[in-house]
Design a protein around this ligand. Sequence first.
Ligand code: ZN
Length: 437
Amino acid sequence: MIARRRASAATRVRLAISVLALTAASAAPAATLIHAGRLIDGISDAVKTNQTVVVDGGKITAIESGFRAPGPNDRVVDLKNGTLLPGFFDMHVHLSSEYSKNSEIEEYKLNEADVAINSVVYADRTLLAGFTTVRDLGDEFLVTIALRNAISAHKVPGPRIVAAGKAIATTGGHADPTNGWAHRFQHDPGPDEGVVNSVDDARKAVRQRYKDGSDTIKITATGGVLSIAKNGSNPQFTEEEVRAVVQTARDYGFKVAAHAHGAEGIKRAIRGGVDSIEHGTFMDDEAMKLMKEHGTFYVPTLSAGEWVFHQAQDPNFFPAIVRPKALTVGPQIQQTFAKAYKAGVKIMFGTDTGVSAHGQNAHEFKLMVDAGMPPMEAIKAATSVPAKFLDLDDRTGSIAVGKLGELVGVPGDPLKDITATEHVVFVMKDDTVYKAP
Ligand SMILES: [Zn+2]
């Protein structure tokens, strides 16, 4: 709540709040009283009405019926016409980039510092959209590791980041950093740069991520849409390589996420022991069955599917080799998600933002609900479910006394209109109100 050394340009709202907080801090420690018309706690299916949630010293200290009158130094957040929820999780983002028509050429024009500064801006947008925790599944120059550290040290505002650092690929595969370059510019990247071609390489690449300071591991088990390569769904790891990644990851306490579009690559990844399948576009019945048997989570990234399909309508937006992949993968993901949900596959909210624009993460809720997931389940998939997956459920992902005050307010009732989540009016994290109604 103290005005922190923030590097971001403070909005007028945030400045005003900081001044208030400073004034209060000099008198006595103030609590924040949130008067919530509705409260969805992230775990219960029941919605409570007319509640006061008290946040003091960064933690929820009380949840009471009715609107408690503030003490002289307390700050009141008036959310009487809205709904209070736990801060959202996005389990698949890329904070170091945002795709545009210039993305290909920017690889040659941007310095590490440009990428790092962009990531600070994107983190700010993500937080203001109500996302207090993200899993970053692949960056450049390890900027998300530096960003994670800067955010947790309160140097810059942003969500809590669980960072993969460099994604692990195979030669020529999705996330080979020299993929698509003219041959004379290419070199032969190895495990240090996240490219593996054997079981030994796979182990070394995971150990390098540990050395880099990563929190989790990401592999690209199949081709991808946006890489400069022909096939968007072919298997690109052997099952033995996946297994070597997973077994080594366990030694370091890492979970493993696998980007995968094609069914064969998805199955190898599940059998190899990964914890989540990202995109899962061409998942068949057998893959869904395997996911249920292995307890593998599905992170659908419907937003990315919708976005690439939309952009592909413009024949000049994507490089020619990318466009046909965008046209097939885009519409398929939502159908696969609908089927996987019905089949009982475990689902977590994730957008692949950085493909679509940062700060629009909550649009995923609408896509999930449109595909048949009830709003309350979509909300849990973005709160308590990922909190448990990331072993953060003792601290966050639900609204309960003792949990961190990582809270989001939306107008109206998101169970009636899920797009309310796209119009976040209140964001609190680290005892700081970043957005107030
Ligand atoms: Zn991604």
